[in-house]
Design a protein around this ligand. Sequence first.
Ligand SMILES: Nc1ncnc2c1ncn2[C@@H]1O[C@H](COP(=O)(O)OP(=O)(O)O)[C@@H](O)[C@H]1O
Ligand SMILES: N[C@@H](CCOP(=O)(O)O)C(=O)O
Length: 319
Amino acid sequence: MAVFTAVSLDDLTHWIEQFPLGKAIAIKGIASGIENSNFFITTERGEFVLTIFENLTFEQLPFYLQLMRHLAERGVLVPAPVANAQGELVVPLHGKPAAIVSKLDGTSQMQPQPLHCAAVGAMVAQMHLAARDFPLSQPNLRGLDWWTETTPKVLPFLSSDNAALLRAEMAFQHAFATGEAYARLARGPVHADLFRNNVMFDGDRLTGFFDFYFAGCDTWLFDLAVTVNDWCIVPETGVLDAARVRAMLDAYHAVRPFTADEAASWHAMLRAAALRFWLSRLYDFYLPREAEMLTPHDPSHFERILRERIATPAPGLFA
Ligand SMILES: Nc1ncnc2c1ncn2[C@@H]1O[C@H](COP(=O)(O)OP(=O)(O)O)[C@@H](O)[C@H]1O
Ligand SMILES: N[C@@H](CCOP(=O)(O)O)C(=O)O
C-alpha cells in the first residue's frame, strides 16, 4: 500500500480551492507505487492524480513538473500538471510538497507485443526531441556518480561472484563514460525509468508516459536502453526478444535517426542500463529506507540481465 500520508475529502475540499478545478467530489488512495502517496481525485472539472512527494523536496520538484508541462504543451503524451491561482505547480499539503496532474486513460501493458514496443519507441524519440529546448537542467541523480557512491555500500552484502561482477562492470562503465564516442552522444532531459508500469495503454493505443521522478539530463541512448531492458525481454531470462527490440528501435529511428556513435555505444549502454537498476535494487534491498512499505524489487532480475548483456552481442541499433 503506498499511501504514506493520508488525505481526507475534507482536507482536499479546502486545499483544492486554490486550483481552477471546481469543488472536490471524491478522493481515493492508489495502492501501487513505492515512492510517493498517490490519489485519484474527482472534481467538478474531471479526474486528476494528486501526488504527495515523500522524498523529493520543494527545490527538486520544479525540474520534474516543468518538464512534464513542457512536454505536454508539445504534444508528448504525459500528464499535464495543473497550476494554482499563483501559477505554482508544487504546493504544500500536510507540510509536504504536492502536485496535481491530469489522469491518463488506460492501464499498463505488462505483456507487450511488437506494436506496443513500436508505439513506445516512437514516443520516446518524440519526447527526446521535444525536450531539446527545455530550459532547466538537472543531472540524472541515478547516474555514474551515484553508482560510484553506492557500489562500496552494497559490496559487503554480495557473494564474491557478484562482488567481482559489480567491480568489473563499474570499471568497464567508467572507461566507457570517459571515452570519445560517449562524449559525442546526444543528450538532454530523459525519463530514465520508462518501465512498463510507467506507461499507459488504452487497448493498443498509447495514452502516456508518467512517473517522471527519476528524470534528469543524460544521453538519449541511455533512456532507450533502460526502456529496451524492460519492454523487450523474456522476463524469466532477461534475454532480448528480437521482434520487440526491432520494433522499438526502428520506430525510434524513424522519428530521430541514430548516429554512428550511438551504434558503437549501444552494447555498453545496454549494460549501463542493467547495472543502474541492479545497483538501485541492491541498495533498496540491503539498505531499505525507513519509510519503505513495500517489498523491494528483486535485484537478481537485473543481475541476470547484466550477465546476459555482457555475454551476448547486442542487436544492431539500425540496419
Ligand atoms: N497521471 C496518471 N494517470 C493515471 N494513473 C496514474 C497517474 N500517475 C500515477 N498513476 C497511477 O498511480 C500508480 C502509482 O504511481 P507511480 O508514479 O508509479 O508511484 P510511485 O512514484 O510512488 O512509484 C501508477 O501505477 C498508476 O496506476
Ligand atoms: N523501475 C524501478 C524502480 C522505480 O519504481 P517505479 O514504480 O517508481 O517506476 C525498478 O524496477 O527497479
